[in-house]
Write a protein that binds this ligand. Sequence first.
Ligand SMILES: NC(=O)c1ccc[n+]([C@@H]2O[C@H](COP(=O)([O-])OP(=O)(O)OC[C@H]3O[C@@H](n4cnc5c(N)ncnc54)[C@H](O)[C@@H]3O)[C@@H](O)[C@H]2O)c1
Ligand SMILES: [Fe+2]
Length: 400
Amino acid sequence: MTGRPPEIHRMPQLLDRWTYRTTPTVVFGRGCLDELPDHVRRIADGPALIVTDKGLVEAGVVERVTDELDRADIVATVWDEAEPEPPTVSVDACAQAIREANPAVVLGLGGGSAMDTSQIAACVVTNGGKAEDWIGVEVVRKPGVPTISIPTTAGTASEVTGNAVMVLPDRSNKLTVVSPFIYPQTALIDPALTDSVPSHITAATGMDTFCHAAESFITRRATQHTRQPAADALRRTLEFLPRAVADGTDREARDQMAYACLQAGYSLANAGVILVHGLAHAIGARARIPHGVANTVGLLPVMRMTADRNPALMAQLADPLGVAADIVDPTERARAAVAVIERLVDQVDLPTTLREVGVERDWLPELAAATLSNTRVVHNSPVQPDAAELTRLLEGIFAY
Ligand SMILES: NC(=O)c1ccc[n+]([C@@H]2O[C@H](COP(=O)([O-])OP(=O)(O)OC[C@H]3O[C@@H](n4cnc5c(N)ncnc54)[C@H](O)[C@@H]3O)[C@@H](O)[C@H]2O)c1
Ligand SMILES: [Fe+2]
């Protein structure tokens, strides 16, 4: 990405008015878990409840956190029932656990599943009702119990977004609680906590980061302010995700991916995502597959469609994807951008067809309809297919 003046700087809407939100305190760096007691005390002088999942207990991550709190004489109890891709009923169970423990602060410790569960449940406790009642944009009425989010995957950036996602009871879709009250008070990002993530989860979560960055870069709400961190996340992910997947002990790759995730999160939280995530939510809920895997399945067809219909926009994405400056024709640059993404998907070795992830052919029209019912994501998308076109797109990735 040298020499060529970036066209994005000349697009007036990117410098138009915007609002930018993030978590008030963000702490980053290998080893920063030792600062956790200070941040707990800054919020409240009282007991903590750790919301996490059984995988984190088995990996020894929960013990590392309780040891830090013990050393500082902070009383903490652990609720380790958070479920992957959390269904609403699991979030309600978490809210009940918070009511019973009555903590001064809730610590969401885990991947996006545990962090999202903690953030929504903390709001359910103060707002009343059930988790499902608060789905939608700015529906939550008041702040929840104070939360600190501590990510253990480099993927979702839930710790710096005002979004939290749940699977609907009928499993027809995953929907989001979007609210300024969903942001935790503090995000504590210690990349060392990701060292124990197995290779296939490193791949899936890293592809989630890539999707956040790539989608938010071309969303209709992108601004200059969101494109900068998105571009940074794209460059780092292209370089370091394959390394982290190949060798989980590669600390530089882990640290860089944790930072890429954060940067992509800043962009995602403020510019939103597009149809890749829309498809992933419908596919993931129905086929019960991890979020990052579902995103990877939807990524290439959506990017190819965007390259076909809006090559000038995809040509802008080519810059942070490192496409050579001497490819100047927008259509060629758009194709080259898609080729870079194809190479990354190949390197991380995740499924790319619907059949591989357990989708049945007769689900496709319903999956297309569920995707299009997510109007927020559809509205953000620079390219907007109708139900028939989206069904054809899904047929195209059913099997090779
Ligand atoms: N809030 C947001 O903005 C946002 C953004 C993207 C995705 N999400 C949501 O986040 C969820 C997915 O989160 P995820 O991809 O981080 O996966 P996850 O939280 O479901 O975790 C996946 C698995 O990895 C294990 N794991 C996590 N950290 C580990 C570690 N350090 N060592 C060993 N094992 C570990 C967990 O135990 C779990 O079994 C989905 O529900 C998705 O919709 C939210
Ligand atoms: Fe995501």
